[in-house]
Design a protein. Structure first.
Lengths: 132, 228
């Protein structure tokens, strides 16, 4: 028979599980929203640059020898609907209809670390946009 | 000679001191681990994390659990192995010839128990059978629980690392087949086996005056099972 103590313990475990799954769900929504906005053709270049992680933005400007808002316009973003989201610790991956995007969590929120990525089997994805 | 009358602290000093040392060293691991994690984050141009963020992360979880599981495996194996295996001359072993679970008289169970014996040692049946193996069973259960926790925390840390390196995450079953999981397990297990094996043989030839982990200083090397 469940005692008040065991009922309290069970309630605490259920509450913790609900909180964790709720948090995970919220994180997945945030991640999907950032990846979707980054690849949305209607998003302005400046807004798209604001969604890049600092090291990725620096690498893009360095590789393109141009400010981010100009360099990002030269990158063909395949986009598409969000098909799957994986969030592990402070890292995330979003599979869109035409692309795979990697993100990291920063104090400002989730930011894109790599985009326009093609799988290479056991090797890391080959990404057109990525940090150093 | 009757036992001296001790207060709670002195009567439980061994458990309390090691409990306190455990908490202090766990805190040390948390602080050093946060610093190490943040140094790597800075090197990769990524944001640093707070102590609270770190101690609730899978990185800290797997580092703690992989050590706990190996400690409980060590004690589980040692408790059961020393029932059947002896090391002549070691204070860690019982006398050669006493291998096995021994008689009810020697173990003071059932009709051979006394008024101060634990209730489950007196009753017989399944209660006495379970109580007779409770130390090893608890160690075994704690090993399985902490190893399972180690696999889950290791899976989460591995997947975070995979994503950071632009690689696909794996399922939990997939992680159990990864070299990362077995490398973490074996590197902890080997150190525990070394510690137990070396202690068993060192205790034959070396002494620590006053310690129950050692034979009396003057005991012969061939004497087995004595503590002093």
């Amino acid at each position: 028979m469940a005692t008040p103590t065991t009922r309290c313990a069970a309630a605490a475990v259920l509450a913790a599980a609900a909180l964790l799954s709720g948090c995970a769900g919220l994180e997945e929504d945030d991640v999907a929203q950032v990846a979707g906005a980054f690849e949305d053709p209607a998003t302005a270049p400046a807004d798209r640059c604001a969604l890049l992680a600092p090291t990725t933005r620096d690498a893009l400007e360095s590789d393109g020898s141009a400010p981010c808002v100009q360099a990002i316009e030269q990158v063909p973003l395949p986009g598409g609907a969000v098909e799957a989201v994986e969030v592990w610790g402070g890292e995330a991956q979003v599979r869109l209809g035409g692309d795979t995007v990697f993100l990291t969590e920063t104090p400002a929120g989730w930011r894109v670390t790599a985009a326009v990525c093609q799988p290479r089997g056991e090797l890391p994805y080959d990404c057109e946009v990525e940090g150093a | 000679m009757s036992a001296p009358r001790y207060g709670f602290l002195r009567a439980n000093a061994l458990s309390l001191v090691f409990g306190a040392l455990f908490l202090v060293t766990l805190a040390g691991q948390a602080i050093a681990g946060t610093a190490d994690f943040n140094a790597r984050q800075v090197a990769e141009g990524l944001p640093t994390v707070s102590l609270l963020d770190y101690v609730t992360s899978s990185s800290f979880g797997v580092d703690v659990m992989e050590n706990w599981q190996s400690e409980y495996l060590q004690f589980f194996l040692y408790v059961f192995a020393t029932v059947w295996l002896v090391q002549r001359g070691s204070s860690e072993s019982k006398e050669p010839g006493k291998e096995g679970t021994e008689s009810d008289r020697e173990q003071q169970v059932g009709p051979h128990s006394d008024d101060e014996s634990p209730a489950w040692a007196r009753t017989g049946g399944w209660r006495t059978a379970v109580f007779s193996r409770s130390l090893g069973l608890l160690m075994g259960a704690l090993f399985l629980l902490t190893w399972a926790a180690s696999s889950v925390a290791g899976w989460a840390a591995y997947n975070a690392e995979q994503l950071g390196q632009r690689q696909d995450p794996v399922s939990w079953v997939g992680y159990l087949g990864e070299a990362d999981f077995w490398n973490r397990s074996f590197q902890n297990w080997q150190s525990e086996m070394l510690a137990v094996g070396s202690m068993a043989i060192f205790a034959v030839y070396l002494r620590q005056r006053g310690s129950p982990e050692s034979k009396p200083v003057g005991a012969a090397h061939a004497d087995t099972g004595q503590t002093g």
